[in-house]
Structure formats: structure tokens, C-alpha cells
Ligand binder design. Sequence first.
Ligand code: ZN
Length: 208
Amino acid sequence: MSTFAPPVQRLVTELSKLPGIGNRTAQRLAFFLLRSSDEDALALADAIREVKERIGLCEVCFNLADEPRCRICQDERRDHGLICVVEEPSDVIPIERTHEYRGVYHVLGGALSPIDGVDPEDLRIAELYGRVGGAAGGGGDGSVREVVLATNPTTTGEATALHIAAGLHERVPGVTVSRLASGLPVGADLEYADEVTLGKALSGRRTI
Ligand SMILES: [Zn+2]
């Protein structure tokens, strides 16, 4: 039984769905919003509405974008012959922060996990092969030289990297496939790696 009025309970319930927000924190945030000015509270509601309406996925790399192509794919100064493969759009941010990487990205939308029912066709792996494949593979223009597999250093991330490496070797033997150097905390997500460690892992990447 809730002790809150239904609208307040609804807000608490919605807030508690956010990652890392338990029921107690959700209540605190709800009361904070109730005390806030109408302007501040509604600015938050508007910001949420705007991202949901305006942000989609880049048609090339599946990173977040407010246009058909994301800013990175549109940038002519980036090296389009170098593709860094990551699991989620949030993984692009720590790699950009290192300032070590001048290539483009490919966001898979997760990692392979047969136990959770995530199979290769659930990720954007075929799209990656298309980008890298050139004339023979269809889709790509054959200008990709290297694919850096920057999936998380977790069991599922490693399995995903191995699966994609095998697929690329088979389809495009001329393209270099590399993996981030060790040194990243095993089992952790890329998101939480510090810039220096991640920068070293990038520059010390090894061919697989
Ligand atoms: Zn893009």
C-alpha cells in the first residue's frame, strides 16, 4: 500500500526504473522535483521528451544521431578506413575522451549472449560486414583497412569479438582486425575505464 497520492507514487515508480536508483532514492528525487519550481521540473520533462523525439540511430554506424548520419560519420577529417566496434552508443564517449582515436565507429547494440537469447542476428553484425565488405561483400566501398574490436572486456564482450574476428577473416582477409590491448579492468564495462588506460589500450591494440 502506497502512502503517497497516486501522481506522486507514479513519479516514484518511474524514477525507480532508472539504473542505480532504488526506491529510497526515487522518493528523494520525487520530493526534490515536487519542491522545484514548475520551470525547472518541466524543463526536465521537456528534455526527456525532446531526446525521445529527436534522437535516433545513425544510418551508417548506429551511434546516436539527431540527423540521418551522426556527427562522427559526417566528419570528413575522421579516418573512414578505420572502424572501432563497440557494444553501445555510451561506449563511444570514453573512446572519444581519450583523443587517441580518429577513426569512425560501429555500434553493435549489445554483445552475444546465447543464455540471454542474444544471437548474431540480434546485433548489427551483418551491417558491419556490409560496411567492411567492399564490392564483394556488398554495401561497403572496400576502403576499410582496419577494424578495432572494442567490445567490453567481459565474457560476452570477448565472445563477441572472437565471433566478429572470425567472420571478418573469412569475408575480408585483407582487412586488419585488432583488439584493445589488455590492461583494462577485466569484467568491467568500457564506460568505466579511465582515459589514460583506455588510450593505452587503443594505441597498444594487437592484431587478432
Ligand atoms: Zn554514424
